[in-house]
Ligand binder design. Sequence first.
Ligand SMILES: Cc1ncc(C[n+]2csc(CCOP(=O)(O)OP(=O)(O)O)c2C)c(N)n1
Ligand SMILES: [Mg+2]
Length: 1022
Amino acid sequence: MHRLRTCAAKLRPLTASQTVKNVSHSGAAVSRTFQQWRFYTAPVAAEPFLSGTSSNYVEEMYFAWLENPQSVHKSWDVFFRNANMGAAPGTAYQSPPPLGASLASLSQAQSMVVAQPNVDKLVEDHLAVQSLIRAYQIRGHHVAQLDPLGILDADLEASVPANLATSSNGLAFYGLDESDLDKVFHLPTTTFIGGNETALPLREIIQRMEMSYCQHIGVEFMFINDLEQCQWIRQKFETPRAMQFNNEEKRTLLARLIRSTRFEEFLQRKWSSEKRFGLEGCEVLIPALKTIIDKSSENGVENVIMGMPHRGRLNVLANVIRKELEQIFCQFDSKLEAADEGTGDVKYHLGMYHRRINRVSNKNITLSLMANPSHLEAVDPVVQGKTKAEQFYLSDTEGKQVMSILLHGDAAFAGQGIVYETFHLSDLPSYTTHGTIHVVVNNQIGFTTDPRVARSSPYPTDVARVVNAPIFHVNGDDPEAVMYVCNVAAEWRNTFHKDVVVDLVCFRRNGHNEMDEPMFTQPLMYKQIKKQKPVLKKYAEKLTSEGVVTQQEFEEEMAKYDKICEEAYTRSKDEKIMHIKHWLDSPWPGFFTLDGQPKSMTCPSTGLTEDMLNHIGNIASSVPIEDFTIHGGLTRILKSRGEMVKNRMVDWALAEYMAFGSLLNEGIHIRLSGQDVERGTFSHRHHVLHDQNVDKKTCIPMNHLWPNQAPYTVCNSSLSEYGVLGFELGFAMASPNALVLWEAQFGDFHNTAQCIIDQFISPGQAKWVRQNGIVLLLPHGMEGMGPEHSSARPERFLQMCNDDPDIVPKFTEDFVVRQLYDTNWIVVNCSTPANYFHVLRRQILLPFRKPLIIFTPKSLLRHPDAKSSFDTMLPGTEFLRGIVEDGVAAHKPQDVKRLLLCTGKVYYELAKERKTRDLQAEVAITRVEQLSPFPFDIIEQEAKKYCNAEIAWCQEEHKNQGYYEYVKPRIRATIHRERPVWYVGRDPASAPATGNKNTHLQELKRFLDTSFNLDAFKNLGK
Ligand SMILES: Cc1ncc(C[n+]2csc(CCOP(=O)(O)OP(=O)(O)O)c2C)c(N)n1
Ligand SMILES: [Mg+2]
């Protein structure tokens, strides 16, 4: 290796100014000859024939020469021997002596290994040919015939790269000309076009390169920096006659195209004025997906999880997932009554789950298509999370059994940032799904927008290059080419377990939907589209002319499928009721009763035994493995944890430990993900210990609690909220028996994941009857840290709660749990560690799943008063939805002048101020810990108890933010609007907090003053 480095260092490529000298603006290069290079004398010595691309080739030659000097051409042998003997850079290459050279210079040249006659021309021409081969591998896709319409260039660039033979100066670019075409050249090891031949005439080389890279498939892969992977791809696309299908395969392909095409035609006939986002123009998508699934199933994949946008979705449901056709058809009947609770979704957003035998592999396979919102690409990370979870539960550590397929539109793939964020999860240890196959329905339009104004990259797929995914562009009107690349994509995923992209270049026969007029905006494109023969017709003609099928067989196959559709249509008319639950993408077998109901409407106590608390506490304050050196500061932290355990107390971090540890013992997998969660942004958690002496040696004490405990996953995530929250949401979908938590670095950062919150978490169950128990930990609190980092925007979450502010529910026996069951999500702001502990445990002990939003504290993590005793965590204890006043005021409630209601950390500021002012008897403070669903019963009880008191809501957030708008009508409804609900807090503001520390403190002082000024609301009226 050292020798190679030395040699390779000498083989430094020329700098840009030293290489191609004149490249005109049109992109055509002015040819340069090897003559120019030969007489070039570099001030800094370098080998003159080396350019950036040829240096790789020379390296390969060098490797081959090292192994066996006979294996390379004599000229190379001479060159490497000279270089290895220490020839100065630029001199190892031997040009023949010029006429009339002096004897002295001749003898000097002869002292080196003497070159063969004509060797220089041979070397030059070979290098030129190797460069030409490489040029095709790198740039062939730019001239591949990818657009079925023949009017657009898939890379948005009409010119031919100057270094391809097809460019006007192609051969001259390399110093070659027509006379070289019949000369035979040795083929480098980096091409497979020769098959069994090691040398070919240049004419044949060019023809084979054109066949491999410039027909209906354009392969983008040369940016991949792994030689083995590049060789693998070259072999797939260059090997002569690689792309061949037998008659059986061709017939299957035709049958699939028939289904795809006739399905859309059937829908069009029956419901001509319904939106369905048809697949016309990309009918080949169905056989493409089926090929990927067949091949993957053959390779051992048992579970495929798919995410896709609107285009062709119904067709995929019908012909790939194999949803019963009548179930699809009845979605077009608007009069069907919904049988399930929830508000449902339009038909082209629904998901599906189906297990069946794959006919090609004869193996069982489960296919699911995830329900998704209209928001394009938002489902991508959700699919990945679900896939990861399925792999995790099957211990499929390499992704051999479970895989994901993501479909994309061309405009969305290029435009939506979440695509990039999802790609960046693809190779991270706790997020990888070991390779996703991406299929782009590249119809070269996005609604009415032309690609030339929709993206700045040549292809819509360029985003995939960041993870070194190969990209196979293919003309959608060549079904066999499509099948071929889909097979290769599936094999790639199976071989390397990395992402790959299939770019189906196609067109959109109709408008954006079936009601839309495309001629307004794309007149010329659509004139061409009108002339375009359907791909089914073209392929059927091809197969009949090849004698693979007869016209009659073809027509019979079509009639057969039409009949299937007609019969299903008739059956669909019998359906009177629509069950959204038939469209579930993630069933949870065993979790509900057979009718999909929770098994009970109760929640057991979330407390733990003293022994359990002690055991977890002791592990949390120790290093449970030998020979492990932790940081001195951490030793102190663990020691103080140990002290707390001895004193039967917990702080925030220890309470979390207790909740997690106990659930692990109950077989519940826990996954905590987010930025810097392992240590905790505020350095309070320390779930992963790092050996101070050994690199990458870590210890997760949480995984050392019990021998048969469930595993604990804690993972620092990439710096993406949208991607990671989506991922965790998907993870939480796979099983109800896991506690999946996503923590924002600061609560306000959740807004870059707003789409996941608005589109999935809040309305998910209503739209798709699918429950989800994800937990969001959102650090929140006004600590004078400025407008950012202060507010997790509770008002936004509360505004999306579905409980009625004006109706006080009946306080039945199961009121508390039923209220949770009826809500779309649970929003809490705990003020004590014990309550945080209970709410985490309740999340799993409930007989159903709801998203849980927790505003978590920052300063309370270390606040001396924010500690809880073991007594509040023992069996029989539970989560307190409200923590009612239990001090002096509670003993003589009729004397209390003011009932202050609040939530979260402001309680500690209020309590301190009350004490300072000695107003414990006059002011009662009750904390609302569960904001939604609202604890009407507790508020009613408190209002009655303090019957002579003014009621005020106190919050540290600005008036138009925080909780006031949410709690006010609910408190008013509870007290029958008999008393006003006064506001104490900061004035309305557009920013969440001031950037000035002093202003912050003044504001705090002002609202504390108002809180305890018992005359503050006098004479203000109701
Ligand atoms: C995030 C988001 N923004 C805008 C839209 C509105 N919209 C729906 S389809 C569409 C065009 C999509 O084009 P493309 O991704 O190429 O898919 P195609 O419809 O061509 O298959 C747009 C802009 C959306 N659904 N989601
Ligand atoms: Mg499009």
